[in-house]
Design a binder for this molecule. Structure first.
Ligand SMILES: [Mn+2]
Length: 148
């Protein structure tokens, strides 16, 4: 699920349920379902599942003050072992959301330099080719050929 969060800086909180929590990334630019599009996704702390239903306004003076809207919701289908891949920093999955669908990947980038302020984990959210759609198209092709 994704929350659009109009905090000091507008961002999209991208959350995937794993092991009873929401693994979370803050994406500064709106995700786009165009193959090859990449978005910076800053890994942030896990959030409780209940938080995924939150929308409303975080009041001034509180962390993340600003409006939170549910931007997308649905479910995700890991491709491979999500636990090992999360640890490795290379997750592949299929999204079944209202806005975002098809194949996606989240890939951790190598930290740059030794500056402890750069300890933030930067990942990339990448729209991948939609394998399911390609497979369906292949499966449908012989039928179309027969029909001619
Ligand atoms: Mn946020």
């Amino acid at each position: 699920m994704i929350q659009r969060h109009a905090a000091t800086r507008l961002h999209y909180d991208f959350r995937l349920e794993l092991d009873g929590v929401l693994k979370s990334w803050a994406v500064p630019k709106e995700p786009k379902a165009v193959v090859g599009e990449k978005r910076l996704a800053v890994h942030v702390e896990d959030h409780p599942l209940e938080y995924g239903r939150f929308h409303g306004v975080i009041p001034d003076g509180h962390y993340g003050a600003g409006r939170v809207e549910i931007w997308d919701r649905g479910w995700w289908e890991p491709v491979g072992d999500p636990h090992a891949d999360y640890r490795k920093g290379s997750l592949k999955f299929v999204l079944h959301g209202r806005r975002l669908r098809g194949g996606w990947a989240l890939v951790r980038m190598r930290p740059r330099g030794d500056d402890p302020r750069d300890r933030k984990e930067n990942w990339l959210l990448i729209k991948e080719r939609d394998k399911a759609r390609a497979a369906r198209a292949r499966a449908a092709a012989p039928a179309r050929t027969r029909g001619r």
